[in-house]
Design a binder for this molecule. Structure first.
Ligand SMILES: Cc1cc2nc3c(=O)[nH]c(=O)nc-3n(C[C@H](O)[C@H](O)[C@H](O)COP(=O)(O)OP(=O)(O)OC[C@H]3O[C@@H](n4cnc5c(N)ncnc54)[C@H](O)[C@@H]3O)c2cc1C
Length: 318
């Protein structure tokens, strides 16, 4: 069977996109490896109508509502490879993006780890990101609990207790000043050069402490955190540490298809136009993988936009 649309990634962005396509009475197949980025957190915060809900429960509810539409197929699988076929492959070749073999029908073919190959007229990537944490012992086992990426998502739950920000770039000073609104804040420079005097003065005015020493590891019964161990032997007591991760595509599909990328705040993101279409005609992208801000509500809105625009492309062409 050839679907109107294939949505790879069945979390916030993918489910939001597929819902629009299904409600337009088009056939849509969703493929999901069931490993959303926020799976390490016990609860998701700040999402409209779903504050403090388990991420898995949010996805399960949205998926059950999507599956109520008869034109939806769901595959719990990992998509291993994607390629353009037919005219889509030819237009891709004309744009210099590659030389995939042309078939008889326009569209895309996606191979799954189950061995199945799915065909669709349009493809939507909502495959999310993978986080790479700094190589400091103790970070990964606390990720999403007491080692946090975003104060708006999890800062409130720190409860005003002393917390820290791990320096990664000059923007970390700004980040520490922001996070200072959630409680007493220490900026751990971890051996990096001290910030510019002007930034230091602003930081002092906000009451942010600075620890220049290198960070050796975290202390406490993980996932709890009791302090940060420094290379001068001291341990600074804190209850949470904000760490900016380096982000990577969770899947190689966009690269395989020849999509262009831009450099975002924390790593590459798929380049899209105002309709969420990538640089490869017929391939749309949504969610964390294709936008600078990483937040579930933003990913959902982005997915809605992608789903609507994909449907319009089915009707009017691209
Ligand atoms: C620890 C943590 C906690 C967070 N807490 C919050 C919070 O409280 N509030 C908030 O608003 N935001 C939070 N976020 C951000 C939020 O998780 C993301 O913004 C949101 O999940 C992005 O949705 P998405 O659909 O783009 O990607 P994801 O949710 O990451 O979903 C991508 C999906 O695609 C699937 N996939 C990937 N590759 C393939 C493939 N090849 N084949 C099939 N399936 C594939 C994955 O398995 C996954 O199910 C948090 C992030 C982290 C890291």
């Amino acid at each position: 069977m050839r679907f109107d649309a294939l949505v790879i990634g069945g979390s916030v962005a993918g489910l939001s996109a597929a819902m629009q396509i299904a409600r337009a009475r088009r056939s849509v197949c969703m493929v999901d490896a069931c490993a959303p980025r926020n799976r390490f957190a016990a609860a998701s915060h700040g999402f409209f109508g779903q504050d403090c809900t388990r991420p898995q429960d949010m996805v399960a509810l949205a998926r059950s509502q999507l599956m109520a539409y008869p034109s939806v197929t769901f595959k719990a699988a990992s998509a291993l490879h994607a390629r353009a076929i037919g005219k889509a492959a030819l237009s891709r070749r004309a744009s210099g993006a590659g030389t995939d073999a042309a078939g008889t029908e326009e569209g895309f073919a996606v191979e799954l780890d189950s061995g199945e190959t799915l065909l669709a007229q349009k493809l939507l990537l909502a495959t999310g990101l993978r986080d790479e944490l700094p190589a400091i012992p103790g970070l990964s086992e606390r990720w999403g609990a007491t080692v946090l990426h975003c104060p708006y998502c999890h800062g409130y739950e720190v409860g005003g207790a002393p917390a820290g920000t791990l320096y990664a770039a000059p923007t970390s000073v700004h980040h520490a000043m922001l996070v200072g609104d959630w409680g007493p804040m220490t900026l751990f420079l971890n051996g990096h050069e001290a910030p510019e005097p002007q930034a230091l003065a602003q930081r002092a005015a906000r009451g942010i402490a600075v620890e220049p020493a290198r960070v050796l590891g975290l202390e406490g019964d993980a996932p709890a955190l009791s302090g940060v161990r420094l290379d001068d032997g001291r341990c600074v007591p804190i209850k949470a540490l904000f760490v900016p991760p380096r982000t990577h595509m969770a899947s190689p599909l966009a690269e395989q298809l020849g999509c262009a990328f831009d450099e975002g705040m924390s790593g590459p993101m798929i380049r899209v136009d105002a309709t969420q279409q990538t640089t490869v005609p017929g391939v749309f992208a949504a969610g964390d993988a294709a936008m600078p801000g990483h937040n579930a509500a933003l990913a959902a809105a982005n997915g809605v936009m992608a789903g609507v625009c994909l449907h319009k492309a089915l009707v009017f062409g691209t």
